[in-house]
Design a protein around this ligand. Structure first.
Ligand code: ADP
Length: 635
């Protein structure tokens, strides 16, 4: 037993790390309307701590508790305005207390830093919702928080105390058993906020049922009920008993008919730290080659770290209700990396290691089944709720396109009907829809590439194709053309880039005329090619440019867009070059001007036309100064 004096010596006052302090300030002054979530956060931490100790008990005989001994207890004290949560989980060492409660969770704090650059009070809601700030949410309802904890395997217990943003203290203290007890000193009510509600039994009971019903350990609380007095008829007495508030059945194990949409949404938001309801819920119970329950969610928006290297895909893996792995990446293909959720299967051994799991036959069967379920769900959404699917596709479509291209196109056939593209019709279209409405005379699927749909619609080549009544797919993502080349064809129809030299829209008669024109202008065109000194493989007269004077097209396999992409990849040595053809509109007055120009003028005109064509194609000018000099001179 420590004397009071000894205790004072180890009492240390510490400041929170800078970001943590800002976050805390936000909590304390929060206008967040869902302050009630603090309870869910604390219960979830307690449950995690019990999970850890329970897990240890499976292999460590020194854990004397067995499965049924674990519980979370809530005590309310209206007089002292406290709510106390006790768990007999793994507890925290002094160092862990310092690390875990002195700073906010690492992932949270990093993203918080990024977000914080433009944060003001009004944005705290999204910060809280997005990062699930966990333990700190206590400060939304409490003006003082005490944590008394004793770690498994540690002889000493510690008390962490904080009244908020001005720091915290850690001191040794007495605690008999392993685990953690958290006491919140509830704030006084004010005109905006009724904090006293959190000292009411019925309210806590309600909150546990709402947010934490599925927690696998009993959450117990002393409840008082009015019951008829057995001795005096017509009178009532108060009976007090310890009650378990939660049903303890994980949501995914309940039958679907028992579950309301809100139950899924709440579960998703609290477990996967999102503040918007999921776009779709997939809940399946599968029996057969593999027996498992799966509960998966398609988020409405990409998680905040989705495009960062830190993002890890995966589903939680449970064996008979016990968590065995937090992010099992083998359960999800990369193109579905945005899917959140879990799989629970009795077929998997509780003690299976990460390495073993990778080779587990059962797991492979489950992964395959899951892949199919998600695809079916998306196909269903595409069919029945187009608006929702387009929303989905805007958020995650890129993943699916990469999926078509990745692994040498292994998954292309199962993904191709889930793709959407913008089109010259001004709407999103699937390949099936495109092919379904192709004109009789149309043999290929036309597409054009560019930075944006606006820029593509201004390409000189577009008009000629549209004039024929053909629809053009607009490829605005770098991956689009690669994915399409992997597909090679859809429903027997090949794809044609309208900016490629071999685009063929002409009738035989038209072809004859243009080929004669080219023949007649052979010397001129050859001269122009020489002026361009190898920058193009040919200069040609064209009949497919509508009213526009020039354009650059590419010959061969590599298109202009692909050249840009391939050369922008890390490690590229600018080696990939599209073979360019400069096309001159044979029906445009410039064609005649060229024919009549002397050598000096021809050199200038050629440079000008070539440079403008590069600009239209979205390429840099090789020599902008020369370009501007020639223009000025001609003016
Ligand atoms: P998160 O739960 O997202 O990691 P929190 O701020 O809620 O963030 O908690 C931080 C850490 O503190 C937890 O990861 C856990 O290690 C520790 N912790 C919190 N509550 C408890 C508890 N009741 N028992 C043991 N450790 C806890």
């Amino acid at each position: 037993m420590l004397t009071k004096q000894q205790r004072m010596i180890i009492l240390r006052k510490k400041q929170f790390k800078a970001e943590s302090k800002k976050l805390l300030d936000m909590m304390i002054n929060s206008i967040y309307t869902h302050k009630e979530i603090f309870l869910r956060e604390l219960i979830s931490n307690a449950s995690d701590a019990i999970d850890k100790l329970y897990f240890k008990s499976l292999t460590d005989d020194s854990v004397t508790l067995s499965r049924n001994d674990f519980k979370i207890q809530i005590d309310l004290d209206k007089e002292s305005r406290t709510i106390t949560l006790s768990d007999n989980g793994i507890g925290m060492t002094a160092q862990e207390l310092e690390n875990n409660l002195g700073t906010i969770a690492k992932s949270g704090s990093q993203s918080f830093k990024a977000e914080n650059a433009h944060s003001d009070n009004s944005e705290d809601i999204s910060v809280i919702g997005q990062f699930g700030v966990g333990f700190y949410s206590s400060f939304m309802v409490a003006d003082k928080v005490e944590v008394v904890t004793k770690a498994f395997g540690d002889d000493t217990a510690y008390r962490w105390t904080s009244t908020g943003a001005d720091g915290y203290t850690i001191e040794e203290c007495e605690k008999d058993s392993v685990g953690t007890t958290i006491t919140l000193h509830i704030k006084e009510d004010n005109e905006n906020e009724n904090y006293s509600q959190y000292l009411e039994q019925y309210r806590i009971d309600e909150l546990v049922k709402k947010y934490s019903d599925y927690i696998r350990y009993p959450i117990v609380m002393e409840m008082s009920h009015q019951v008829p007095d057995p001795e005096k008829e017509g009178e009532y007495i108060t009976e007090i008993s310890m009650e378990t508030l939660n049903s303890m059945v994980p949501l995914w194990r309940k039958s679907k008919s028992e579950i309301k949409p809100e139950d899924y949404n709440e579960f998703y938001k609290s477990k996967y730290m999102d503040y918007t309801d999921p776009l779709a819920v997939i809940h399946t119970k599968t029996e057969g080659q593999a027996t498992f329950d799966a509960l998966m969610f398609i988020p409405e928006n990409p998680p905040y770290d989705f495009y960062s290297k830190e993002y890890e895909k995966g589903l939680q893996l449970y064996s008979n209700g016990v968590l065995i792995m937090d992010k099992c990446s083998d359960l999800l293909p990369d193109y579905f990396s945005f899917v959140k959720g879990l799989v629970d299967s009795a077929d998997l051994s509780l003690n299976i290691s990460r390495e073993m799991l990778q080779h587990d036959h059962q797991l492979k069967i489950i992964a395959k089944a899951i892949d199919k379920k998600i695809k079916n769900e998306l196909a269903k959404m595409l069919k029945n709720d187009r608006e929702k699917y387009e929303k989905f596709f805007k958020a995650f479509g890129l993943q699916l396109k990469y999926g078509v291209y990745a692994n040498y196109g292994m998954d292309k056939d199962s993904l191709k009907d889930l793709l959407l593209f913008s089109s010259s019709n001004g709407e999103y279209v699937t390949l099936k829809e495109y092919v379904g409405r192709m004109a009789d005379s149309q043999e290929v699927i036309y597409y054009a590439c560019g930075e944006s749909t606006e820029k593509i619609s201004l390409l000189p080549q577009i008009d000629a194709v549209k004039e024929k009544g053909y629809e053009v797919l607009y490829f605005t993502d770098e991956i689009d053309e690669f994915a399409i080349q992997m597909l090679m064809e859809y429903d027997g129809k090949h794809f044609a880039n309208i900016c490629k030299d071999d685009l063929d829209l002409s009738t035989d008669a038209e072809k004859e005329i243009i080929s004669k024109k080219n023949e007649d202008a052979k010397d001129l065109l050859e001269k122009m090619k020489n002026i361009l000194e190898g920058k193009v493989t040919a200069v040609k007269l064209s009949n497919k440019l509508g009213t526009h004077p020039v354009s650059l097209t590419a010959e061969g396999y590599v298109s202009l867009e692909m050249e840009k992409v391939l050369n922008s990849m890390p490690g590229a040595n600018q080696g990939v070059k599209a073979q360019l053809v400069l096309e001159i509109n044979s029906n445009h007055p410039v064609a005649e001007k060229l024919a009549n120009a002397d050598d000096e003028a021809l050199a200038k005109y050629t440079m000008l036309l070539y440079s403008s064509a590069r600009l239209i194609a979205g390429l840099d000018l090789e020599n902008p100064t020369e370009f501007s000099d020639i223009i000025a001179e001609m003016m």
